[in-house]
Design a protein around this ligand. Structure first.
Ligand code: ZN
Length: 257
């Protein structure tokens, strides 16, 4: 187990030591976005931070300061959301990645806490880093890296502030979860709109939505989808351990490449 993992807590000499010894950096990326009445607006970033931290403790990777912002235009319907334009986010992540690579980190792992909405711009930034400074970049996302565990734990289709996210937060930051305020809103699955990576099926990929539509959709539940009332800390712990375990295993594979 490694002691310090956060870049901002290290001196430059400590950073250099870790570059020489391990050469791997993790960048946690989340969002600041409404998550219903029962979860804090920082949920996605808290999730990315803790995954990155626990993976780094086991692997010796250095964790860069988290990116607290994501692409959240649709959630501007409720207070607390801070939306950053994707072109700004691409440039921000590119600059962070290039800085790390110029100091000697050869491989970067981006941990995404903001699900599929963040993926398009993360992919664009990763492509730019790869092609302009020749680093290897891996984007990992809980819903993909622990797809099987999510199915086995029976979380049901992905939504917003749902059972999966709420269970994870109960494990990570129970003091910030107000389960009494959680309201379920389970939608009927549409045949050709399966956004959940855990579900197979023929589907369209993306239908943009507006803050107005989101407000209509989430008006009754106060910003939540799915069934957060079923969330448990124990399921959150199992999920977290699986995500961390899988990323640690991935890193072992990457190291041999
Ligand atoms: Zn979220």
């Amino acid at each position: 187990m490694y002691g310090k993992v956060w870049l901002q807590e290290m001196t430059w000499e400590e950073v250099k030591e870790r570059i020489d010894e391990v050469g791997l950096a993790i960048i946690p990326v989340g969002s600041t976005e409404q998550h219903g009445r029962h979860l804090p607006v920082g949920t996605d970033t808290f999730v990315a931070i803790k995954i990155a931290e626990d993976v780094a403790k086991e692997t010796g990777a250095v964790v860069a300061p988290p990116v607290w912002f994501g692409w959240s235009p649709h959630h501007m319907c409720l207070p607390g959301t801070i939306n950053v334009r994707p072109e700004v986010l691409v440039e921000l992540l590119y600059d962070i990645g290039v800085s790390l690579v110029k100091h000697g980190f050869k491989k970067l792992i981006v941990v995404n806490g903001h699900r599929i909405v963040n993926l398009p711009w993360l992919q664009m930034a990763a492509f730019k880093i790869k092609n302009e400074v020749k680093a290897k970049v891996y984007i990992v996302d809980p819903s993909y890296i622990a797809r099987e565990a999510i199915r086995e734990l029976g979380f049901g289709p992905i939504s917003h502030g749902d059972e999966q996210e709420t269970s994870h937060m109960l494990y990570l930051k129970e003091e910030l979860v107000n389960l009494k305020r959680a309201k379920d809103k389970v939608e009927k699955l549409k045949k050709f709109f399966v956004v959940d990576p855990g579900l197979l099926g023929d589907t369209v990929i993306y239908i943009p939505s507006s803050p107005e539509e989101h407000f209509q959709k989430y008006r009754d539940s106060g910003g939540t989808g799915g069934a957060p009332s079923k969330a448990t800390l124990e399921k959150g712990r199992e999920l977290h351990e699986k995500i961390v375990g899988n990323i640690v295993e991935l890193i072992k594979e990457i190291k041999e490449e």
